[in-house]
Design a protein around this ligand. Structure first.
Ligand SMILES: NC(=O)c1ccc[n+]([C@@H]2O[C@H](COP(=O)([O-])OP(=O)(O)OC[C@H]3O[C@@H](n4cnc5c(N)ncnc54)[C@H](OP(=O)(O)O)[C@@H]3O)[C@@H](O)[C@H]2O)c1
Length: 504
Protein backbone atom coordinates (compact mmCIF):
# COMPACT_ATOMS: atom_id res chain seq x y z
CA UNK A 1 0.00 0.00 0.00
CA UNK A 2 2.93 2.35 0.53
CA UNK A 3 3.44 5.14 -2.03
CA UNK A 4 7.12 4.22 -2.55
CA UNK A 5 7.04 0.80 -4.08
CA UNK A 6 10.32 -0.88 -4.84
CA UNK A 7 10.71 -1.91 -8.46
CA UNK A 8 9.12 -5.32 -9.10
CA UNK A 9 11.58 -8.14 -9.60
CA UNK A 10 12.08 -9.76 -13.01
CA UNK A 11 9.72 -12.72 -13.41
CA UNK A 12 7.75 -14.87 -15.81
CA UNK A 13 3.99 -14.96 -15.91
CA UNK A 14 2.18 -18.09 -17.04
CA UNK A 15 -1.47 -17.69 -18.06
CA UNK A 16 -3.50 -20.90 -18.06
CA UNK A 17 -6.49 -20.24 -20.33
CA UNK A 18 -4.48 -18.13 -22.77
CA UNK A 19 -6.97 -18.49 -25.60
CA UNK A 20 -9.94 -17.43 -23.47
CA UNK A 21 -12.03 -14.34 -23.07
CA UNK A 22 -10.48 -13.08 -19.82
CA UNK A 23 -6.97 -13.17 -21.29
CA UNK A 24 -7.90 -11.19 -24.39
CA UNK A 25 -10.30 -8.77 -22.75
CA UNK A 26 -8.60 -7.97 -19.45
CA UNK A 27 -5.21 -9.56 -18.80
CA UNK A 28 -3.24 -8.70 -21.93
CA UNK A 29 -4.60 -5.12 -22.12
CA UNK A 30 -3.63 -4.69 -18.44
CA UNK A 31 -0.07 -5.99 -18.99
CA UNK A 32 0.24 -3.83 -22.11
CA UNK A 33 -0.73 -0.72 -20.11
CA UNK A 34 1.64 -1.62 -17.28
CA UNK A 35 4.35 -1.81 -19.92
CA UNK A 36 3.27 1.53 -21.38
CA UNK A 37 3.36 3.13 -17.93
CA UNK A 38 6.81 1.56 -17.34
CA UNK A 39 5.51 -0.37 -14.35
CA UNK A 40 6.49 -3.86 -15.47
CA UNK A 41 9.71 -5.44 -14.13
CA UNK A 42 12.89 -4.60 -16.03
CA UNK A 43 12.73 -8.10 -17.54
CA UNK A 44 9.64 -10.28 -17.89
CA UNK A 45 8.12 -13.00 -20.06
CA UNK A 46 4.49 -14.00 -20.47
CA UNK A 47 3.70 -17.57 -21.51
CA UNK A 48 0.18 -18.44 -22.59
CA UNK A 49 -0.96 -22.02 -22.00
CA UNK A 50 -4.06 -23.58 -23.63
CA UNK A 51 -5.08 -26.54 -25.80
CA UNK A 52 -5.62 -24.78 -29.10
CA UNK A 53 -2.77 -25.02 -31.62
CA UNK A 54 -1.00 -21.67 -31.95
CA UNK A 55 2.49 -20.38 -32.51
CA UNK A 56 4.04 -17.49 -30.60
CA UNK A 57 3.41 -15.42 -33.70
CA UNK A 58 -0.24 -16.33 -34.19
CA UNK A 59 -1.01 -15.79 -30.49
CA UNK A 60 0.60 -12.35 -30.64
CA UNK A 61 -1.41 -11.48 -33.75
CA UNK A 62 -4.67 -12.51 -32.11
CA UNK A 63 -3.88 -10.50 -28.98
CA UNK A 64 -2.94 -7.47 -31.09
CA UNK A 65 -6.37 -7.55 -32.76
CA UNK A 66 -8.07 -7.98 -29.36
CA UNK A 67 -6.11 -5.03 -27.98
CA UNK A 68 -7.55 -2.77 -30.68
CA UNK A 69 -10.94 -3.65 -29.29
CA UNK A 70 -10.31 -3.80 -25.54
CA UNK A 71 -7.50 -1.34 -24.81
CA UNK A 72 -8.60 1.54 -22.54
CA UNK A 73 -6.34 3.89 -24.52
CA UNK A 74 -6.65 4.16 -28.28
CA UNK A 75 -5.00 3.90 -30.68
CA UNK A 76 -2.63 1.20 -29.49
CA UNK A 77 0.92 2.54 -29.28
CA UNK A 78 2.76 0.49 -31.90
CA UNK A 79 6.21 1.04 -30.38
CA UNK A 80 5.05 -0.11 -26.93
CA UNK A 81 3.26 -3.08 -28.48
CA UNK A 82 6.38 -4.19 -30.35
CA UNK A 83 8.43 -4.01 -27.17
CA UNK A 84 5.74 -5.73 -25.12
CA UNK A 85 4.80 -8.46 -27.60
CA UNK A 86 8.41 -9.61 -27.98
CA UNK A 87 7.93 -11.05 -24.47
CA UNK A 88 4.83 -13.11 -25.32
CA UNK A 89 5.16 -16.85 -25.89
CA UNK A 90 2.64 -19.63 -26.39
CA UNK A 91 2.79 -23.15 -24.97
CA UNK A 92 0.21 -25.56 -26.36
CA UNK A 93 -1.00 -28.25 -23.96
CA UNK A 94 -3.77 -29.78 -21.91
CA UNK A 95 -4.03 -29.01 -18.22
CA UNK A 96 -4.36 -32.72 -17.45
CA UNK A 97 -1.26 -33.77 -19.42
CA UNK A 98 2.01 -34.01 -17.45
CA UNK A 99 4.05 -33.85 -20.68
CA UNK A 100 2.66 -30.35 -21.37
CA UNK A 101 4.13 -29.11 -18.08
CA UNK A 102 7.49 -30.55 -19.07
CA UNK A 103 7.26 -28.44 -22.23
CA UNK A 104 6.34 -25.43 -20.12
CA UNK A 105 9.28 -26.05 -17.82
CA UNK A 106 11.65 -26.29 -20.81
CA UNK A 107 10.30 -23.03 -22.18
CA UNK A 108 10.90 -21.29 -18.86
CA UNK A 109 14.38 -22.78 -18.59
CA UNK A 110 15.18 -21.42 -22.06
CA UNK A 111 14.94 -17.95 -20.46
CA UNK A 112 18.04 -18.76 -18.36
CA UNK A 113 18.53 -19.99 -14.82
CA UNK A 114 17.83 -16.68 -13.09
CA UNK A 115 14.63 -14.92 -12.00
CA UNK A 116 12.85 -15.45 -15.34
CA UNK A 117 12.95 -19.18 -14.60
CA UNK A 118 12.47 -18.98 -10.84
CA UNK A 119 10.15 -16.03 -10.03
CA UNK A 120 6.84 -17.24 -11.41
CA UNK A 121 3.29 -15.89 -11.40
CA UNK A 122 0.66 -18.43 -12.45
CA UNK A 123 -2.63 -16.89 -13.52
CA UNK A 124 -5.40 -19.48 -13.56
CA UNK A 125 -7.84 -18.10 -16.14
CA UNK A 126 -9.60 -21.45 -16.47
CA UNK A 127 -12.52 -23.16 -14.76
CA UNK A 128 -12.23 -23.38 -10.97
CA UNK A 129 -12.71 -27.16 -11.27
CA UNK A 130 -9.29 -27.23 -13.03
CA UNK A 131 -7.39 -25.26 -10.36
CA UNK A 132 -6.47 -28.28 -8.22
CA UNK A 133 -5.04 -30.14 -11.21
CA UNK A 134 -2.96 -27.17 -12.38
CA UNK A 135 -1.53 -26.55 -8.91
CA UNK A 136 -0.54 -30.20 -8.52
CA UNK A 137 0.98 -30.41 -12.00
CA UNK A 138 3.08 -27.25 -11.70
CA UNK A 139 4.32 -28.50 -8.36
CA UNK A 140 5.27 -31.89 -9.85
CA UNK A 141 7.04 -30.13 -12.73
CA UNK A 142 9.20 -28.32 -10.16
CA UNK A 143 7.66 -24.92 -10.91
CA UNK A 144 5.83 -24.30 -7.63
CA UNK A 145 7.62 -24.57 -4.31
CA UNK A 146 6.70 -23.59 -0.79
CA UNK A 147 10.27 -22.71 0.15
CA UNK A 148 13.24 -21.15 -1.60
CA UNK A 149 14.86 -17.82 -2.32
CA UNK A 150 12.74 -17.17 -5.43
CA UNK A 151 8.96 -16.63 -5.32
CA UNK A 152 6.06 -18.34 -6.99
CA UNK A 153 2.46 -17.14 -6.73
CA UNK A 154 -0.92 -18.32 -7.97
CA UNK A 155 -3.64 -15.88 -9.03
CA UNK A 156 -7.27 -17.03 -9.13
CA UNK A 157 -10.52 -15.22 -9.89
CA UNK A 158 -13.89 -15.47 -8.26
CA UNK A 159 -16.07 -17.50 -7.95
CA UNK A 160 -14.24 -18.98 -4.95
CA UNK A 161 -16.66 -21.87 -4.58
CA UNK A 162 -20.46 -21.71 -4.47
CA UNK A 163 -20.90 -22.29 -0.74
CA UNK A 164 -18.76 -22.78 2.35
CA UNK A 165 -18.11 -26.47 1.74
CA UNK A 166 -16.94 -25.96 -1.87
CA UNK A 167 -14.86 -22.92 -0.86
CA UNK A 168 -13.14 -25.08 1.79
CA UNK A 169 -12.44 -27.75 -0.81
CA UNK A 170 -11.08 -25.23 -3.32
CA UNK A 171 -8.88 -23.56 -0.70
CA UNK A 172 -7.52 -26.96 0.35
CA UNK A 173 -6.60 -27.69 -3.27
CA UNK A 174 -4.95 -24.30 -3.78
CA UNK A 175 -2.84 -24.64 -0.67
CA UNK A 176 -1.82 -28.29 -1.02
CA UNK A 177 1.45 -27.29 -2.65
CA UNK A 178 1.59 -23.58 -1.80
CA UNK A 179 1.35 -21.45 1.31
CA UNK A 180 -1.72 -19.27 1.75
CA UNK A 181 0.57 -16.24 1.23
CA UNK A 182 1.32 -17.52 -2.28
CA UNK A 183 -2.35 -17.42 -3.31
CA UNK A 184 -3.78 -14.16 -4.71
CA UNK A 185 -7.60 -14.28 -4.87
CA UNK A 186 -8.81 -11.50 -7.13
CA UNK A 187 -11.96 -9.53 -6.64
CA UNK A 188 -11.54 -6.89 -9.34
CA UNK A 189 -13.70 -4.54 -7.28
CA UNK A 190 -10.85 -4.19 -4.81
CA UNK A 191 -8.61 -2.84 -7.56
CA UNK A 192 -10.82 0.17 -8.05
CA UNK A 193 -9.47 3.53 -7.00
CA UNK A 194 -12.24 4.57 -4.66
CA UNK A 195 -12.36 1.28 -2.83
CA UNK A 196 -8.74 1.94 -1.84
CA UNK A 197 -9.66 5.50 -1.15
CA UNK A 198 -12.12 4.33 1.49
CA UNK A 199 -9.13 3.39 3.63
CA UNK A 200 -7.36 6.68 2.92
CA UNK A 201 -10.49 8.69 3.55
CA UNK A 202 -11.25 6.99 6.84
CA UNK A 203 -7.80 6.74 8.32
CA UNK A 204 -6.06 9.90 7.16
CA UNK A 205 -8.74 12.45 8.04
CA UNK A 206 -9.37 13.06 11.71
CA UNK A 207 -12.44 15.14 10.90
CA UNK A 208 -14.30 12.13 9.50
CA UNK A 209 -12.73 9.46 11.68
CA UNK A 210 -14.32 10.98 14.77
CA UNK A 211 -17.79 10.71 13.25
CA UNK A 212 -17.43 7.07 12.24
CA UNK A 213 -19.43 5.29 14.92
CA UNK A 214 -22.83 4.58 16.45
CA UNK A 215 -22.93 7.92 18.30
CA UNK A 216 -23.30 9.92 15.10
CA UNK A 217 -24.16 7.52 12.31
CA UNK A 218 -27.80 6.58 11.95
CA UNK A 219 -27.42 3.95 9.26
CA UNK A 220 -25.33 3.02 6.21
CA UNK A 221 -26.56 2.16 2.71
CA UNK A 222 -24.47 0.29 0.14
CA UNK A 223 -25.96 0.12 -3.35
CA UNK A 224 -24.52 -1.76 -6.32
CA UNK A 225 -27.09 -1.43 -9.09
CA UNK A 226 -26.96 -2.63 -12.68
CA UNK A 227 -29.12 -1.42 -15.50
CA UNK A 228 -28.67 -4.49 -17.65
CA UNK A 229 -30.46 -7.78 -17.21
CA UNK A 230 -28.65 -11.12 -17.32
CA UNK A 231 -28.69 -11.20 -21.14
CA UNK A 232 -26.60 -14.08 -22.44
CA UNK A 233 -25.34 -15.03 -18.96
CA UNK A 234 -28.58 -16.76 -17.93
CA UNK A 235 -26.92 -20.18 -17.63
CA UNK A 236 -24.32 -18.86 -15.18
CA UNK A 237 -26.83 -16.73 -13.31
CA UNK A 238 -29.23 -19.64 -12.75
CA UNK A 239 -26.45 -21.26 -10.69
CA UNK A 240 -25.35 -18.06 -8.97
CA UNK A 241 -28.05 -15.45 -8.28
CA UNK A 242 -27.42 -11.96 -6.92
CA UNK A 243 -26.44 -13.14 -3.44
CA UNK A 244 -23.57 -15.33 -4.63
CA UNK A 245 -22.65 -13.15 -7.60
CA UNK A 246 -22.37 -9.80 -5.79
CA UNK A 247 -22.93 -10.00 -2.04
CA UNK A 248 -20.54 -12.81 -1.10
CA UNK A 249 -17.62 -10.95 -2.61
CA UNK A 250 -17.87 -7.30 -3.70
CA UNK A 251 -20.49 -6.04 -1.28
CA UNK A 252 -19.18 -7.71 1.86
CA UNK A 253 -15.69 -6.51 0.93
CA UNK A 254 -16.91 -2.92 0.66
CA UNK A 255 -18.82 -3.30 3.93
CA UNK A 256 -15.67 -4.59 5.64
CA UNK A 257 -13.62 -1.61 4.43
CA UNK A 258 -16.28 0.88 5.49
CA UNK A 259 -16.78 -0.57 8.95
CA UNK A 260 -13.48 -2.19 10.01
CA UNK A 261 -11.32 -0.91 12.85
CA UNK A 262 -8.09 0.93 12.01
CA UNK A 263 -5.36 -1.61 11.21
CA UNK A 264 -2.19 -1.48 13.31
CA UNK A 265 -0.20 -0.81 10.10
CA UNK A 266 -0.68 -0.80 6.35
CA UNK A 267 0.83 -4.29 6.14
CA UNK A 268 -1.49 -6.50 4.14
CA UNK A 269 -1.97 -8.98 6.99
CA UNK A 270 -2.90 -6.20 9.41
CA UNK A 271 -5.57 -4.88 7.03
CA UNK A 272 -6.90 -8.34 6.24
CA UNK A 273 -7.03 -9.25 9.95
CA UNK A 274 -9.31 -6.26 10.56
CA UNK A 275 -11.54 -7.12 7.61
CA UNK A 276 -12.01 -10.67 8.86
CA UNK A 277 -12.71 -9.44 12.38
CA UNK A 278 -15.42 -7.17 11.00
CA UNK A 279 -17.02 -9.92 8.90
CA UNK A 280 -17.04 -12.16 11.96
CA UNK A 281 -18.86 -9.44 13.93
CA UNK A 282 -21.85 -9.46 11.58
CA UNK A 283 -24.76 -10.75 13.63
CA UNK A 284 -25.58 -14.33 12.55
CA UNK A 285 -28.86 -14.80 10.70
CA UNK A 286 -31.25 -17.60 11.67
CA UNK A 287 -34.25 -18.48 9.44
CA UNK A 288 -36.51 -15.96 11.23
CA UNK A 289 -33.92 -13.21 10.84
CA UNK A 290 -33.65 -14.03 7.15
CA UNK A 291 -37.42 -13.63 6.78
CA UNK A 292 -37.28 -10.28 8.60
CA UNK A 293 -34.01 -8.81 7.36
CA UNK A 294 -33.39 -10.11 3.85
CA UNK A 295 -35.48 -9.33 0.78
CA UNK A 296 -34.94 -11.03 -2.54
CA UNK A 297 -36.52 -10.15 -5.85
CA UNK A 298 -36.73 -11.05 -9.50
CA UNK A 299 -37.49 -8.74 -12.43
CA UNK A 300 -40.41 -9.23 -14.72
CA UNK A 301 -40.85 -7.54 -18.11
CA UNK A 302 -40.64 -3.77 -17.97
CA UNK A 303 -38.94 -0.81 -19.61
CA UNK A 304 -35.23 -0.02 -19.49
CA UNK A 305 -33.83 3.04 -21.32
CA UNK A 306 -37.25 3.61 -22.81
CA UNK A 307 -37.18 0.19 -24.47
CA UNK A 308 -39.15 -2.92 -23.56
CA UNK A 309 -37.03 -5.37 -21.52
CA UNK A 310 -37.89 -9.05 -21.02
CA UNK A 311 -38.46 -10.57 -17.60
CA UNK A 312 -35.77 -12.79 -16.06
CA UNK A 313 -37.80 -15.94 -16.73
CA UNK A 314 -37.89 -15.05 -20.44
CA UNK A 315 -34.11 -14.61 -20.71
CA UNK A 316 -32.12 -17.28 -22.67
CA UNK A 317 -31.09 -20.36 -20.61
CA UNK A 318 -33.34 -19.41 -17.69
CA UNK A 319 -36.02 -21.79 -16.41
CA UNK A 320 -39.56 -20.50 -16.99
CA UNK A 321 -40.37 -21.05 -13.28
CA UNK A 322 -36.95 -20.00 -11.93
CA UNK A 323 -36.78 -18.80 -8.32
CA UNK A 324 -33.30 -17.33 -8.69
CA UNK A 325 -32.96 -13.85 -7.18
CA UNK A 326 -31.85 -11.02 -9.47
CA UNK A 327 -32.14 -8.58 -6.58
CA UNK A 328 -31.30 -8.78 -2.92
CA UNK A 329 -31.53 -6.28 -0.07
CA UNK A 330 -30.06 -6.98 3.36
CA UNK A 331 -30.34 -5.35 6.75
CA UNK A 332 -27.27 -6.38 8.72
CA UNK A 333 -26.08 -5.52 12.19
CA UNK A 334 -22.49 -5.49 13.35
CA UNK A 335 -22.22 -6.56 16.93
CA UNK A 336 -19.21 -4.66 18.15
CA UNK A 337 -18.45 -1.63 20.29
CA UNK A 338 -18.39 0.81 17.35
CA UNK A 339 -21.51 -0.24 15.46
CA UNK A 340 -23.94 -1.74 17.95
CA UNK A 341 -27.51 -0.94 16.85
CA UNK A 342 -26.59 0.73 13.51
CA UNK A 343 -28.35 -0.91 10.54
CA UNK A 344 -26.24 -1.55 7.44
CA UNK A 345 -28.47 -1.82 4.37
CA UNK A 346 -27.01 -3.49 1.30
CA UNK A 347 -28.81 -3.83 -2.01
CA UNK A 348 -27.85 -5.06 -5.43
CA UNK A 349 -29.87 -5.98 -8.48
CA UNK A 350 -30.16 -6.25 -12.21
CA UNK A 351 -32.50 -4.25 -14.45
CA UNK A 352 -32.56 -1.31 -12.05
CA UNK A 353 -32.85 2.31 -13.30
CA UNK A 354 -29.11 3.11 -13.05
CA UNK A 355 -25.73 1.38 -13.09
CA UNK A 356 -23.95 2.71 -10.05
CA UNK A 357 -22.06 1.69 -6.91
CA UNK A 358 -22.02 3.86 -3.87
CA UNK A 359 -21.92 3.94 -0.10
CA UNK A 360 -24.03 6.43 1.78
CA UNK A 361 -23.25 7.20 5.41
CA UNK A 362 -26.38 8.74 6.90
CA UNK A 363 -25.82 10.74 10.08
CA UNK A 364 -28.28 11.16 12.90
CA UNK A 365 -30.62 14.14 12.68
CA UNK A 366 -29.90 17.20 14.81
CA UNK A 367 -31.41 16.82 18.30
CA UNK A 368 -33.90 19.65 17.73
CA UNK A 369 -35.04 21.13 14.41
CA UNK A 370 -34.88 24.88 14.97
CA UNK A 371 -35.87 25.59 11.39
CA UNK A 372 -38.97 23.40 11.17
CA UNK A 373 -41.21 26.30 10.22
CA UNK A 374 -38.83 27.40 7.44
CA UNK A 375 -38.65 24.03 5.71
CA UNK A 376 -41.31 23.03 3.27
CA UNK A 377 -39.66 19.65 3.09
CA UNK A 378 -38.55 17.59 6.01
CA UNK A 379 -34.87 18.52 6.39
CA UNK A 380 -32.45 15.78 5.42
CA UNK A 381 -29.87 14.83 8.02
CA UNK A 382 -26.22 15.09 6.92
CA UNK A 383 -24.68 12.36 4.84
CA UNK A 384 -21.48 11.41 3.08
CA UNK A 385 -21.63 9.55 -0.22
CA UNK A 386 -18.65 7.57 -1.43
CA UNK A 387 -19.20 7.00 -5.08
CA UNK A 388 -17.37 3.93 -6.43
CA UNK A 389 -18.61 4.13 -10.01
CA UNK A 390 -19.20 5.82 -12.35
CA UNK A 391 -17.61 9.27 -11.77
CA UNK A 392 -15.66 8.13 -8.72
CA UNK A 393 -15.75 10.66 -5.94
CA UNK A 394 -17.02 11.71 -2.55
CA UNK A 395 -19.75 14.17 -1.61
CA UNK A 396 -20.87 15.70 1.65
CA UNK A 397 -24.49 16.70 2.05
CA UNK A 398 -25.58 19.34 4.50
CA UNK A 399 -28.22 22.03 4.82
CA UNK A 400 -27.65 25.59 3.69
CA UNK A 401 -29.56 28.82 3.94
CA UNK A 402 -31.35 29.88 0.77
CA UNK A 403 -30.06 33.41 -0.06
CA UNK A 404 -32.52 36.18 0.64
CA UNK A 405 -34.37 37.89 3.43
CA UNK A 406 -36.28 34.84 4.60
CA UNK A 407 -34.85 31.91 6.59
CA UNK A 408 -35.25 29.24 3.90
CA UNK A 409 -33.18 26.08 4.32
CA UNK A 410 -32.23 23.62 1.59
CA UNK A 411 -30.01 20.53 1.32
CA UNK A 412 -26.78 21.30 -0.59
CA UNK A 413 -23.80 19.21 -1.64
CA UNK A 414 -20.02 19.53 -1.66
CA UNK A 415 -18.48 17.34 -4.33
CA UNK A 416 -15.03 15.88 -4.77
CA UNK A 417 -14.53 14.23 -8.16
CA UNK A 418 -11.44 12.20 -8.96
CA UNK A 419 -11.38 13.19 -12.59
CA UNK A 420 -11.79 16.90 -11.85
CA UNK A 421 -9.07 16.86 -9.18
CA UNK A 422 -6.49 14.50 -10.62
CA UNK A 423 -7.32 14.23 -14.32
CA UNK A 424 -8.69 11.20 -16.01
CA UNK A 425 -5.81 8.76 -15.38
CA UNK A 426 -7.50 5.82 -13.75
CA UNK A 427 -5.78 2.52 -14.27
CA UNK A 428 -8.04 -0.45 -14.84
CA UNK A 429 -8.58 -2.55 -11.72
CA UNK A 430 -6.68 -5.43 -13.33
CA UNK A 431 -3.58 -3.31 -13.89
CA UNK A 432 -3.30 -2.52 -10.22
CA UNK A 433 -4.08 -6.09 -9.15
CA UNK A 434 -1.59 -7.69 -11.52
CA UNK A 435 1.10 -5.31 -10.40
CA UNK A 436 0.36 -6.07 -6.73
CA UNK A 437 0.55 -9.79 -7.50
CA UNK A 438 3.95 -9.38 -9.16
CA UNK A 439 5.15 -7.17 -6.30
CA UNK A 440 3.82 -9.59 -3.66
CA UNK A 441 1.59 -7.11 -1.82
CA UNK A 442 -1.41 -9.10 -0.65
CA UNK A 443 -3.55 -6.20 0.64
CA UNK A 444 -5.93 -6.23 -2.30
CA UNK A 445 -6.30 -9.99 -2.41
CA UNK A 446 -8.81 -11.90 -0.39
CA UNK A 447 -7.52 -14.23 2.28
CA UNK A 448 -8.89 -17.70 2.79
CA UNK A 449 -10.64 -16.86 6.06
CA UNK A 450 -12.30 -13.79 4.48
CA UNK A 451 -13.77 -15.96 1.73
CA UNK A 452 -14.97 -18.59 4.16
CA UNK A 453 -16.48 -16.11 6.64
CA UNK A 454 -18.38 -14.43 3.79
CA UNK A 455 -19.70 -17.81 2.63
CA UNK A 456 -20.97 -18.58 6.13
CA UNK A 457 -23.14 -15.45 5.97
CA UNK A 458 -24.39 -16.25 2.47
CA UNK A 459 -25.08 -19.89 3.34
CA UNK A 460 -27.23 -18.89 6.32
CA UNK A 461 -29.34 -16.67 4.05
CA UNK A 462 -29.72 -19.38 1.44
CA UNK A 463 -30.76 -21.83 4.16
CA UNK A 464 -33.52 -19.38 5.17
CA UNK A 465 -34.78 -19.28 1.55
CA UNK A 466 -34.52 -23.00 1.01
CA UNK A 467 -37.73 -24.52 -0.38
CA UNK A 468 -39.55 -21.17 -0.38
CA UNK A 469 -40.63 -19.99 -3.83
CA UNK A 470 -40.71 -16.26 -4.57
CA UNK A 471 -43.95 -14.53 -3.58
CA UNK A 472 -45.74 -11.80 -5.52
CA UNK A 473 -44.25 -9.05 -3.34
CA UNK A 474 -40.78 -10.14 -4.40
CA UNK A 475 -41.16 -9.43 -8.11
CA UNK A 476 -40.30 -6.04 -9.61
CA UNK A 477 -40.69 -4.56 -13.06
CA UNK A 478 -37.46 -4.22 -15.07
CA UNK A 479 -36.35 -0.60 -14.87
CA UNK A 480 -37.60 0.02 -11.30
CA UNK A 481 -35.72 0.11 -7.98
CA UNK A 482 -36.64 -3.41 -6.87
CA UNK A 483 -39.54 -5.08 -5.07
CA UNK A 484 -41.82 -3.21 -2.74
CA UNK A 485 -40.69 -5.49 0.09
CA UNK A 486 -37.29 -3.75 -0.06
CA UNK A 487 -38.92 -0.38 0.63
CA UNK A 488 -40.76 -1.93 3.59
CA UNK A 489 -37.48 -3.31 4.95
CA UNK A 490 -36.26 0.25 5.56
CA UNK A 491 -39.64 1.76 6.36
CA UNK A 492 -39.86 -0.44 9.50
CA UNK A 493 -37.10 1.74 10.97
CA UNK A 494 -38.26 5.03 9.41
CA UNK A 495 -35.60 4.90 6.67
CA UNK A 496 -35.79 5.19 2.89
CA UNK A 497 -33.41 4.09 0.13
CA UNK A 498 -31.52 6.96 -1.46
CA UNK A 499 -31.04 6.84 -5.19
CA UNK A 500 -27.40 6.89 -6.29
CA UNK A 501 -26.23 10.46 -6.95
CA UNK A 502 -25.28 11.72 -10.36
CA UNK A 503 -22.00 13.38 -9.35
CA UNK A 504 -20.69 15.70 -12.02
N1 LIG B 1 -14.17 -13.43 -18.82
C1 LIG B 1 -14.24 -12.63 -17.77
O1 LIG B 1 -14.38 -11.40 -17.87
C2 LIG B 1 -14.12 -13.19 -16.39
C3 LIG B 1 -14.38 -12.33 -15.31
C4 LIG B 1 -14.24 -12.83 -14.02
C5 LIG B 1 -13.86 -14.15 -13.82
N2 LIG B 1 -13.62 -14.97 -14.88
C6 LIG B 1 -13.18 -16.35 -14.60
O2 LIG B 1 -11.98 -16.61 -15.32
C7 LIG B 1 -11.95 -17.94 -15.80
C8 LIG B 1 -11.77 -17.93 -17.30
O3 LIG B 1 -12.88 -17.27 -17.90
P1 LIG B 1 -12.98 -17.00 -19.47
O4 LIG B 1 -14.20 -16.17 -19.65
O5 LIG B 1 -11.70 -16.53 -20.03
O6 LIG B 1 -13.29 -18.49 -20.03
P2 LIG B 1 -13.12 -19.04 -21.53
O7 LIG B 1 -13.20 -17.94 -22.52
O8 LIG B 1 -14.04 -20.19 -21.63
O9 LIG B 1 -11.61 -19.58 -21.54
C9 LIG B 1 -11.23 -20.77 -20.90
C10 LIG B 1 -9.77 -21.03 -21.25
O10 LIG B 1 -9.37 -22.22 -20.61
C11 LIG B 1 -8.68 -23.03 -21.55
N3 LIG B 1 -8.86 -24.44 -21.21
C12 LIG B 1 -10.03 -25.07 -20.92
N4 LIG B 1 -9.80 -26.37 -20.67
C13 LIG B 1 -8.46 -26.56 -20.81
C14 LIG B 1 -7.62 -27.69 -20.67
N5 LIG B 1 -8.11 -28.90 -20.34
N6 LIG B 1 -6.31 -27.52 -20.88
C15 LIG B 1 -5.80 -26.29 -21.22
N7 LIG B 1 -6.54 -25.20 -21.34
C16 LIG B 1 -7.87 -25.33 -21.15
C17 LIG B 1 -9.33 -22.67 -22.88
O11 LIG B 1 -8.44 -22.86 -23.95
P3 LIG B 1 -8.51 -24.08 -25.00
O12 LIG B 1 -9.94 -24.31 -25.32
O13 LIG B 1 -7.68 -23.57 -26.14
O14 LIG B 1 -7.86 -25.18 -24.28
C18 LIG B 1 -9.51 -21.17 -22.72
O15 LIG B 1 -8.30 -20.53 -23.03
C19 LIG B 1 -13.25 -18.58 -15.33
O16 LIG B 1 -13.00 -19.25 -14.12
C20 LIG B 1 -14.17 -17.39 -15.10
O17 LIG B 1 -15.14 -17.66 -14.12
C21 LIG B 1 -13.75 -14.50 -16.16
Amino acid sequence: MGSERKAPEPCSIVIFGASGDLTARKLIPAFYHLCKEKQMPSAFRIIGFARREKTDESWRNELRAALDQFSRTKPVDEKVWQEFSANLFYCQGDITDAAAYKKLEERLTSFGSGPLRENLLFYLATLPSQFGEVVEQIHRAGLLNKEGSAWQRIVVEKPFGHDLASAHALNRELTRFAHEQQVCRIDHYLGKETVQNILMFRFSNSVFERLWNRNLIDHVQITVSEKLGVGQRGGYYEEAGALRDMVQNHMLQVLALIAMEPPVSLESEAIRDEKVKLLKSIRPLGPDDVARQIVRGQYFAGTVNGLPAPGYRQEPKVKSDSNVETYVALKLFIDNWRWSGVPFYLRTGKCLPQSASEVRIQFRPTPHVLFAAQCDLKLDSNSITLRLQPNEGISLHFNGKVPGMSLGVRPVRMNFSYDAEFGAYTPEAYERLLLEAIAGDATLFIRRDEVETAWKIVDSIRAGWDGKPLTNREFYAAGTWGPVAAEDLLAQSGHVWHEPQQLT
